[in-house]
Design a protein around this ligand. Structure first.
Ligand code: SAM
Length: 287
């Protein structure tokens, strides 16, 4: 016999209590609205009514996956980024709140006719959020086929922007972005690159370690290989156009990135802190 909605909600909070009270309640709402396909408001107006059999079955399936440790975003197939809903496929990095800071930093740098390009499109979270602010001209690369098909879904509605994404390594000879940016001014390279040192993977939450793609996380032997390659490829060659770059960084990486950027004297840079006060995003500009 299906339970009343309020009892189903209380059961979910109890089952998810290990997450802490606030998180358990928030996840219980996500699971209940997803399983019932009803809004929170509608559920509250039916608070004492029994949930239907199909909803009860779906809820049980979702809860089982969550208790087995699957990330909520993969179970729901959607997430929220920069205040907008975004489709998230299994095996594609779940966009983090820190990356919303990167979007704000890019937004503040946007100029008319700026060509934006990105290493590591992932779910397409960054161009999606930017295209919600204003039409953009953007190209992105990712080595993950799943990420590219996920990004296509999230970027398809933005027909007023010029968006192209490529299933290819950013560093492949045929990626051709050097040619593409040669005649364009100004250009802005964006990346939330894989930046975790392999030895730190064991310290990550088990749901990150077990479900999120390693290729999206690990950044070479010290976590910094993408920064080195990006700086060398984009900042070192002589060029005429104004080049900007905004990168997300991991905790404790500022000193090493400062040392790296100081070898490119034609550029200056500013750090931006996330809500925990961690130096999270670096914006590089012509000096
Ligand atoms: C940390 S995730 C960022 C995803 C997305 N931009 C975000 O912020 O949610 C890094 C992404 O870089 C991609 N990647 C790794 N190596 C790459 C390469 N050589 N060229 C292009 N993309 C790469 C991964 O597949 C992954 O999707």
């Amino acid at each position: 016999m299906p339970q009343p909605t309020h009892q189903a909600f209380a059961m979910l909070c109890h089952e998810l209590a290990h997450l802490g009270q606030n998180e358990a309640q928030s996840e219980a709402w996500h699971l209940l609205t997803n399983a019932s396909e009803m809004s929170k408001t509608k559920l509250l107006t039916h608070w004492r009514d029994p949930i239907d059999v199909l909803t009860a079955k779906k809820l049980a399936r979702l809860l089982k996956k969550r208790k087995a440790g699957q990330p909520l975003a993969y179970i729901l197939g959607e997430w929220s980024f920069y205040g907008h809903p975004i489709a998230i496929h299994k095996g594609v990095l779940i966009p983090r709140p820190e990356t919303e800071l990167l979007v704000s930093v890019v937004d503040a740098l946007l100029q008319k006719d700026m060509y934006l390009f990105e290493l590591g499109v992932g779910s397409g979270a960054i161009p999606m959020a930017l295209a919600m602010i204003q039409p953009i001209t953007y190209e992105g690369w990712d080595v993950s086929k799943r990420a590219i098909s996920n990004a296509h879904i999230n970027l398809a509605p933005h027909t007023d922007s010029q968006i192209q994404i490529h299933h290819q390594s950013f560093f492949a000879k045929t990626a051709n972005w050097r040619k593409k940016i040669a005649g364009k001014a100004p250009t802005l390279l964006i990346s939330n690159p894989p930046y975790i040192p392999p030895q730190d993977i064991a310290d990550l939450q088990s749901e990150v370690r077990n479900y999120e793609p390693k290729r999206a996380l690990v950044g070479g032997h010290d976590g910094l290989s993408f920064y080195r390659r990006l700086c060398k490829a984009y900042l070192s060659e002589p060029h005429q156009n104004q080049r900007f770059m905004v990168l997300e960084a991991g905790i404790h990486q500022r000193p090493a990135i400062d040392a790296l950027l100081s070898t490119y004297p034609r550029y200056t840079w500013t750090w931006h802190q996330d809500l925990e006060g961690i130096d999270r995003v670096v914006a590089v500009k012509p000096a």
